[in-house]
Design a protein around this ligand. Sequence first.
Ligand code: SAM
Length: 327
Amino acid sequence: MTGISDSFQRPINYLRISVTDRCNLRCVYCMPEEGVTLMSHHDILSYEEIYTVAKVAAGLGINKIRLTGGEPLVRLGLADLVGMLAGIDAIDDISLTTNGILLAQHAAGLKKAGLRRVNISLDTLKPERFGQITRCGKLEDTLQGIAAARAAGLDPVKINMVVMAGVNDDELTDFARKTINDGWHVRFIEHMPVNGDEPAFTRLFSVSEMRKRIETLGKLEPWKVDVGNGPAKYFRLPGARGTVGFITPVTEHFCYQCNRLRLTADGKLRPCLLSEEEIDLREPLRSGASPDELKRLIEKAIASKPESHHLADGKKQKGRPFSQVGG
Ligand code: SAM
């Protein structure tokens, strides 16, 4: 790996690719009920275009890729893209973030194509509440997706729960118990006030409050994980096979260790999820830019990564919804 760092000496080796802005859920904190204005099919990068970007990025030192969305599994033939990316020598880790609704039918094929691991978003274990938070989903589908991912040998399977005060914080210990009884790896995430019109109920429920609740089950022992050394801090409860992770985007930002770039579904490189700066790759890709020209644009995006975001200052982020930029 050649290796590249940004202006703050952070090594950049991770590319998150949003493959679609479409989603089969309408989670209350992510999208308005009526959905968002969708990009046209022509606006969205083809798999060949995504592959071209990934290949050039790999030449710069990117070795990890995560596919996200929107909901990545609503895009047809995702396993084909995984197979193409797995064929790039320098890429040694391909992962997926999904709501799990369609995972039961795709897990085995994705694994076969080269997917290594998966993060599944799940904010409640109560069927009725699942319907309320997602506005249209069925809990059973996601649970089947989790089971299929584990059966297919995707490893690790991590469950991401966005904790919202007064909405699902009463389920913290239920999720934590799953790490003991079912070997789940659960990551508890602070809700970020980013998507514009999120309801007033989203008072921050901080990780320190989460810890207190979970420690009613036993003392959390720090735990080192081997795969996916992202922003989470990991622990284990006594006797648990699974891990408890905490992600604190609001109360303790982890920008100092940010190693990522994001590619939006319509081909913009975003140096930071929470900044509106974007560098367009689609137009250059479609007008025949050479690999060297694309490389320079990627270098420019890396050089322009901001030092940190400003969520903790109470500044609301505006601009494109998460579903478009790949949360
Ligand atoms: N559809 C896929 C899924 O559900 O995982 C991928 C896209 S979704 C935007 C990616 C992740 O962003 C999900 O885990 C979701 O819970 C999280 N997310 C969206 N809005 C958020 C917010 N305001 N605060 C914290 N996490 C958020």
